[in-house]
Structure formats: C-alpha cells, structure tokens
Ligand binder design. Structure first.
Ligand code: ADP
Ligand code: MG
Length: 576
C-alpha cells in the first residue's frame, strides 16, 4: 500500500507514479482523486493554485476510467494555450506508459492542421486541445465528441480571460447530455460561476485554500524606486546575482517586449514571452529558457501562466499585477520542490498601498530590501571575481610562462601585485552601467508629489520624442525610417526630426501638431511578420554609454540588497 493506492488508484498506476518520483499526493490530488473515481458521472469543480498538481488530480482518474478497448475519444481536456496543452499531454503520456492501448493526443492552433487530422485517425481516447483548434477539427469531422464522457476544463479562469467562453459553449453543446464536466481553476471569477450554473448539476467542489498553504519557501521582498529607474534597479539585481534564473512579469505585451529589447542591448541573456509572438517563437523561447540558456524570461502573466519550469531562484515583478490573485500565481513559479525562492517586486513610491493589500490578502510579510548602490555593486563584483580566482585551476605550463615574464612584474610583492590587479579589474567592472545613473536608486513610499515631474502630461507646446522598435540590425537607415514613419502616419517628412537610429531601436521627434495619436497609428502594423511598436519616450535621451562587458556566469555573491527595516522612518531626509 502506498499513499496513492489509498486513494483508489490501481496497482499499475501506483507503480508508474513511484517510478515518476511521485511519493505523496498533493492536497488537491488527495481530495479530488477518490471523488472523481467514485462519482465520476458527477460534475466536479477543483480549485487550487498553480503548481499544486492539478494535472494528476484529473489525469489519473481519467486514465482509470477509460475503456481501453473502445477506440473512440472518451475524454477531452481543454487547455488555454499550446504550451499548457503540451505540458498536460506530456504529463498524461507519462502516466499511461503501461496502458499500451490508451492513446493521448494534443492539438492546438497556429500549426498545420493536416498532421493533427492524421494523428487523430488512430484510436485516441484522450484528447488535449485548445478550444479554437478543437472546433476547427470538429468542423472538419476529424474528431467526434459523441462518445465523450468527460470534459475537463483545465485552467478555466485563464480560458475565460483569453476569451474562449463562446468556444467552450460550442464544444460542450456537441457533447452528450450525460457527460461529466470537471472544471479546474486557480481562481473563481464570476464568469466561471456562469459556466457552472449553465452546464453543471450539483457539482462536487474541492478547494485547496491558498491562504492556508502559502509557500514557506518563498520570501517576499520589494524595493521602492522611481518608475524611471526601475530597469536600472533590475539590472543591479541581475548583476549582483549572476547565478540567478527567473521570470520577470510585466503588464503588457508591448512593455514586455521593450524591456526585453532593452536588456538585450545591454548584453543580458533575456528573452520576451508574450502573445504577440508566433507559436513557433514561443516554443523556441521556452526551449531556450528550459535549457538554461537565459538568465531572465520577461513575460506577461498570460504567457507564463502554468508553465512548469523548476529551479527558478527569482520571480521579479516589474509591475505588480492589478489583481492580487495573480501575485500568488507569479510568485508560485519559484520556491518549488523544497527549494528557496525570492519574489521581488519593484514598486514606485505611490504603490506602498499595494504591498499592504497583498500582505493582508495573502497573509505573507514583505520585506523591504535596498537596491544596491554603486559601491555595493563594486564589492559584489569584486567578490565574484575573487571567487573565480579561487576556483581557477592553474595551467600546466604556467611555470615556464613566469620564467619568461618581465622580471619587474615577477619581482613585485604580493601586495603590490594585488593592488594593481584589483585596480585593473575595477576598470573592467564599471558599476556605472548607464551614464549618469544615480548612485542610490531607493525611494520612500507615499510621496505622490515627488513623481510630479514624471507624471505630468507632456508639454503640449513641445515636440515629442518617440521610440520605435526598429534599428540598425533591421538594416534601416535614417532615410528609410523617415520614409516608413511618414508613410504610416500619413504626415509630411518635415514633421519628423532628430532621427536617431540605434542598434535595436530608434528615436525621433514628432512635431507638436502631429504628436497626438501618433503612436496609435502604428498599432497592428507588421513588417516582415514583426509587430511594429511606436510609443512616446519620456525618459530623455537614451543611455548612450553601452554597458561594459561583465561576466554574468559562474559563482556570485548571494546576499544582495541589504534588507531594510520595514518600519524605517519616513523622514530619512534625502532631497527633501
Ligand atoms: P498545476 O496544474 O496545478 O499547475 P501541475 O499538474 O502542472 O500543476 O504539476 C506541477 C508539477 O508538480 C509537475 O511537474 C508535476 O509533475 C509535479 N507533481 C504533481 N503532483 C506531484 C506529486 N504528488 N508528487 C511529486 N510531483 C508532483
Ligand atoms: Mg495545470
């Protein structure tokens, strides 16, 4: 007997689980599995946070309930995105290894449908699908839902968020009256109640309380910095922790891409993940992230939802989410499998309230940490460098090399040599990444007035500077850019001035008479399958000095950001 067999699962499944390293059921599995096995014709609602093992909670009972000798599709699992669908199918595939006659297939949009049609010709008892593609396949008669006994709505809240309500309606309307609907979700927005009332009768409901099981392995931290200094602050945290691997959440697709572009120009291993990328691009990004060839994935909530990547040391919140629930999902990407993780929010001085709300709602304590200043950065980098030295294996022919060196160097004392080496190294380790970046990036919360200059509407009598995500690497010249911009915006080229073509992006000024609504004219414009983005640039001239090369790999100081006391007096009077 093991834990799983006590839930009513078969010997075969229990053995497979053991091989997969599933020792003990998670709370949602413990509660859902026996219910679903016994009352499988009853509708079911399961609520639990991301990462709590919902796939096995419905996948294992489904496998047990399949009729292996029947070749038709008996269960559909609906999934909001291709990535989640693939992940679910992969997990269920692992569960069915010993059920030779059971087949699982995953279908999703954005790729050639004919291959999927062909795949569905063989007996496929369990189909994982994104809603749109499933409807397509139904219309083409590649799949029939008439024998479907179980419809799983996985990540139901996310499917509704993504506007799949009507597709779900249509799919369910093609199933038999006596099918059961199992709905799994991390949150319970009102729209889900709508689905429940419409399609379910007396469902069983299991909910694993989020407050109760808040993850002890995650420490929640925040820094307070001006919005204009946020990226500089993020960069210091990346620098000081070259070993970190994490996700940074941003609010919009556009912001996500821009931030990723900016960090790439600075030379960091980052990439963006958001809904404007094609499916293939998203797959490639996830593959690189999983293979650890990037330090930071910069993502929107939707794109990163439910993605199962372990070993993340950090979750950054470039902006806090509007919905507090999302905070839990985001931070739940770290602190997995018993490892410690840090969830770090970058807030501006007006957002102190949000931290308090989160503390109340999800019952965790946030710790205020300090953005390291330039001196701390310097020491952290030197520390990292000294660790590298200590770890270095001495080359074999080093004796011979020394013998041939300038004797003046060889005769230096250890102290003299060290002093010189450090001084040289300091030149490499410039801590002033972008010209003129303030030494201290920390702010206090609760100072709305301090942000006036940033938030005041731009002067209506001045020309406006704009950013565009096209640059040298796209092969554009100043003239091309002016031509393109005036063409799309339908304005005279005299209205565009001071065009500045950078490596990855460009800047230009638009005459005051034309600046209103200018950026919006580029919405939806594509060039070579790439979405063009234009927006107002309020940060003044771009940082001109490129970051000096800094070794992001290996070793590294682990204690960044002195912790600040949460009750630090507000009157620490700097610039006031
Ligand atoms: P959710 O759907 O709730 O976000 P998943 O089903 O994707 O969570 O599971 C998250 C991860 O935890 C997966 O890698 C899965 O294989 C693993 N997992 C799930 N249940 C268990 C368990 N009982 N023991 C060990 N690992 C588990
Ligand atoms: Mg899931």
């Amino acid at each position: 007997m093991n834990y799983f067999s006590e839930l009513g699962l078969s010997q075969t499944i229990c053995e497979v689980l053991e091989q997969l390293g599933f020792e003990k059921p998670t709370p949602i599995q413990e509660q859902a599995i026996p219910l679903l096995l016994q009352h499988h014709t009853t509708d079911f609602i399961g609520l639990a946070q991301t990462g709590t093992g919902k796939t096995a909670a419905f996948g294992l009972p489904l496998i047990e309930l399949m009729n292996e000798d029947q070749k038709t599709t008996q269960a559909i699992i609906m999934s909001p995105t291709r990535e989640l669908g693939q992940q679910t199918a992969k997990q269920i595939d692992e569960f069915v290894v010993r059920h030779k006659k059971l087949n699982v297939e995953v279908v999703y949009g954005g790729v050639d449908i004919t291959r999927q049609i062909k795949a569905l010709k063989k007996p496929t008892q369990i189909v994982v699908a994104t809603p749109g593609r499933l409807i397509d396949l139904m219309k083409r008669k590649a799949i029939s839902l008439s024998d479907v006994k179980y419809v799983v709505l996985d990540e139901a809240d996310e499917m509704l968020n993504m506007g799949f309500k009507e597709d779900i309606d249509e799919i369910i309307s093609h199933t038999q009256e006596d099918r059961a609907i199992w709905l799994f979700s991390a949150t319970m927005p009102r729209e889900i109640r709508g689905i429940i009332d419409k399609y379910m009768s007396n469902p069983h409901e299991v909910s694993v309380d989020a407050g109760q099981k808040s993850n002890k392995d995650i420490s929640h931290e925040y820094v307070v910095t001006k919005s204009a200094n946020k990226l500089a602050a993020v960069r210091r945290f990346l620098d000081i922790q070259p070993d970190m691997r994490g996700i940074m959440f941003c609010r919009t697709k556009r912001e996500t891409q821009e931030i990723a572009d900016q960090f790439s120009t600075w030379g960091y291993g980052v990439e963006a993940l958001h809904g404007d990328l094609s499916q293939n691009q998203r797959d490639a990004v996830m593959k690189r992230f999983k293979s650890r060839s990037m330090q930071l994935l910069i993502a929107t909530d939707v794109a990163a939802r439910g993605i199962d990547v372990n070993d993340l040391t950090h979750v950054f919140h470039h902006t806090l989410p509007d919905q507090l629930d999302s905070y839990t999902h985001r931070s739940g990407r770290t602190g997995r499998a018993g490892k410690k993780g840090i969830s770090l929010a970058f807030i501006n001085p007006r957002e102190g309230r949000k931290i308090k709300d989160l503390e109340r709602k999800i019952k965790v304590n946030f710790e205020l940490v300090e953005v390291p200043n330039k001196k701390q950065m310097k020491y952290s980098r030197l520390n990292h460098w000294s660790k590298l030295i200590l770890q270095t294996k001495v080359a074999q022919d080093v004796e011979e090399i020394i013998a041939n060196l300038d004797q003046d160097l060889v005769n230096l004392s250890q102290k003299e040599l060290l002093e010189r080496l450090i001084t040289l190294q300091l030149d490499h380790l410039s801590t002033d990444g972008a010209g003129g970046e303030p030494n201290d990036l920390n702010e206090e919360t609760g100072q709305a007035q301090r942000n006036e200059e940033r938030n005041k509407p731009s002067d209506p009598n001045a020309d406006q500077r704009f950013f565009i995500n096209v640059g040298e690497i796209d092969g554009v010249t100043k003239a091309d850019l002016i031509h393109f911009v005036t063409d799309v915006a339908n304005i005279d080229s005299k209205k565009i001035n001071q065009v500045d073509v950078k490596k990855n992006c460009s800047f230009f000024y638009v005459d005051k008479a034309e600046k209103k609504g200018f950026a919006e004219k580029f919405d939806g414009i594509m060039v070579n399958e790439r979405a063009i983005r234009v927006n107002e640039d309020h940060d003044g001239p771009p940082q001109r000095r490129p970051r000096k090369e800094f070794n992001h790999g290996g070793g590294g100081a682990s204690n960044f950001g002195r912790k600040r006391r949460n009750d630090r007096p507000k009157s620490r009077s700097r610039r006031r």
